[in-house]
Write a protein that binds this ligand. Structure first.
Ligand code: HEC
Length: 119
């Protein structure tokens, strides 16, 4: 085995470890952001039963409801989170998050939200 090949293999292996770590941090961040920013209305497990949701005129829907969630396109979901409910014709009770969350963070949250539906 040549030396170059060996160091290339090592470099590749290290890259994989870094990439894996990053995606795990990403998923953890999404879970944490959801707990901090969203769960008070949407509930810890996406059921829509967060403590602040109860006092709203529109109750957040159940993210575990696969049939209902399938009807919401990624585009709409992204817009709803970034621009708030009003930006997609939902009641204004859903606040906009575009100021506080990056597009990347929103995409992470979307993956997390989609994960509530278990078939
Ligand atoms: C103040 C309460 C509140 C907070 C905080 C909140 N939401 Fe909402 N959210 C709502 C309400 C009310 C709706 C509209 C009813 C519905 O469709 O679920 C909604 C709707 C949504 C929808 C669209 C669902 C659909 O029907 O199209 C998504 C996606 C969503 N919220 C994600 C989030 C995320 C992600 C966060 C955190 C960054 C968050 N929400 C924080 C109250 C809240």
């Amino acid at each position: 085995m040549s030396r170059t090949f060996l160091s290339l293999t090592v470099a590749l292996a290290m890259l994989c470890v870094v990439a894996l770590g990053a995606s795990r941090v990403h998923a953890q961040n999404a879970a944490l952001s959801f707990k901090i920013f969203c769960a008070r209305c949407h509930g810890d497990d996406g059921k829509g039963d967060g403590p602040d949701g109860a006092s709203l005129s529109t109750h957040p829907q159940d993210f575990r409801d696969c049939a209902a969630m399938k009807k919401i396109s990624d585009d709409t979901m992204f817009k709803a989170i970034k621009g708030g409910g009003a930006s997609v014709g939902l009641p204004g009770d859903m606040p906009p998050w575009g100021q506080g969350l990056s597009d990347d963070q929103i995409h992470g949250l979307m993956t997390y939200i989609r994960g509530f539906c278990k078939k």
